[in-house]
Design a protein around this ligand. Structure first.
Ligand code: FRU
Length: 451
């Protein structure tokens, strides 16, 4: 084991030990922010999922509460899978999927798997009621892969969306409704006009300035040169309020980096819609050296404020993170600069021209280039741990923000219209960086949780 862990993040949530995946039940309740997450503290020996739990007053400084839901009942013995929080009457109500794998000769797709929608409540966000299974019967035409409930309310009716895989290997969403949040009846389901992935995980339906959106994670979409480069995607699509048809041609990826999946959103007490995603993804073949050297793997993105511009959703880091700004530096375009730490907030504004191009280096192995309206994020050394290149088309670049935190880089382009998130594992904690191009602002702040 390497002695010093230079990859443990300053302001991104990581698992204390073991494995982390999806954020779950993210919310603000009685003033406190809660982030639960898919957690396997003894990974790789034990992959069975529990819910870990962090709380915070400001989404910058977090306290680890412990494990909130273990897979310890007949309804969730093979995993307390993902779910969401619904807050009403000073009560936190959590719905999640209890995964059960039956004994026998099964493929666990077409047979052998139970998906139990479990409900628990809490008056303080820390202590929870007993688990109650409120739904485990689903319509015909589906495989056993149905999961990840998200609840909202319209007038007097509670609505629930679940993600599913149909028998013909089409991803879909299922919508249920209820008068009391306990007894649920099937309303309808919806899939895309053309096939778009075999399974849609982690659906989220929400309204932004009068327009409704479905966010979901279609699995198994054929990669293209400038989009869908991760085989399992994550994105959003405008829908009609009742979500009966999904036009996959309007699907926009939340993030064009290597490592992003399973985001959730919630509205906080000040009315902002906040998104947090998993820095990772299913079926990844990349190595994560943090596991081998320090016994933990993956992290969550910073909370991002979601706003709307036309049909496009913009994501920007919550302004609370600016409180971590330490010393500020103005960089000289084209010249190398050595950072004081490996956690920084680097902000650039660009002079836009017809032939706009630039190159940004973070150490010698990680480059972000822009030319011919193509943004390319590429690794040429071990800091990518097997990652190579992710490209996205972008008409022009007005501004960029690179939020680097020890072993994760989140890049926000044009006020967050395009985002690229990647794991990165530099070998030193001071990084040589450089931006070459026509920049009208080129400023960097050290970021340190202990400042
Ligand atoms: C998404 C996902 C969810 C599931 C959970 C299990 O990454 O596969 O669909 O509930 O992870 O950990």
């Amino acid at each position: 084991m390497m002695k010093q862990d230079i990859w443990r993040c300053q302001f991104h949530l990581t698992p204390p030990t073991g494995w982390m995946n999806d954020p779950n039940g993210i919310c603000q309740f009685q003033g406190l922010y809660h982030v639960f997450f898919q957690y396997a503290p003894d990974y790789p020996e034990d992959m069975n999922k529990s819910w870990g739990h962090y709380i915070s007053r400001d989404m910058v400084h977090w306290d680890f509460v412990g494990t909130t839901f273990y897979p310890d009942t007949v309804y969730d013995k093979d995993g307390a899978f993902s779910g969401n929080t619904f807050i009403e009457n000073d009560t936190m109500v959590i719905y999640y999927t209890g995964n059960v794998e039956q004994d026998g000769d099964h493929d666990y797709t077409h047979s052998g798997r139970e998906s139990n929608t479990i409900r628990v409540t809490s008056k303080d966000g820390i202590h929870f009621s007993d688990k109650k299974c409120v739904l485990n019967q689903y319509p015909a035409g589906y495989t056993c892969h149905i999961r990840d409930p998200k609840i909202w309310k319209e007038a007097d009716t509670y609505k629930m969306v679940l993600g599913g895989r149909k028998n013909d290997d089409r991803g879909a969403i299922l919508i249920f409704q209820s008068r009391d949040g306990i007894h649920w009846e099937f309303s309808h389901d919806a899939t895309s006009t053309k096939p778009f992935g075999f399974m849609w995980e982690c659906p989220d339906i929400f309204e932004m300035n009068g327009e409704w959106y479905l966010s979901c994670c279609p699995q198994g979409v054929t990669p293209e040169e400038y989009r869908y480069q991760n085989y399992h995607l994550s994105g959003y699509v405008p829908i009609s309020r009742i979500a009966q048809h999904i036009d996959e041609s309007l699907f926009t990826e939340w993030d064009y980096g290597f490592d992003f999946y399973a985001p959730q959103t919630f509205v906080d007490e000040s009315g902002r819609r906040i998104l947090i995603g998993w820095v990772g993804g299913p079926d990844m073949t990349y190595e994560e050296p943090t596991l081998k050297h320090h016994n933990w793997i993956h992290k969550l993105t910073v909370p991002r404020v979601v706003t709307k511009q036309g049909h496009r959703l913009l994501q920007t880091p919550i302004p609370e993170l600016d409180t971590l700004h330490g010393e500020a530096f103005t960089l000289i375009n084209g010249e190398w600069f050595t950072t004081k730490t490996n956690a920084f907030d680097w902000q650039l504004e660009c002079a836009v021209s017809e032939e706009q191009s630039f190159e940004i280096n973070i150490t010698t192995g990680l480059r972000l280039t822009y030319a011919n309206q193509i943004l390319a994020l590429q690794f040429s050394d071990n800091s990518g741990a097997g990652r190579t290149v992710r490209k996205v088309l972008c008409e022009k670049v007005d501004n960029l923000r690179l939020l680097m935190d020890c072993s994760v880089l989140e890049i926000f382009i044009n006020d967050g219209a395009i985002v690229q998130t990647t794991h990165v594992f530099p070998e030193t904690s001071q990084l040589a960086i450089r931006a070459t191009g026509d920049f009208t602002k080129n400023c960097l702040w050290d970021m340190d949780i202990n400042l």
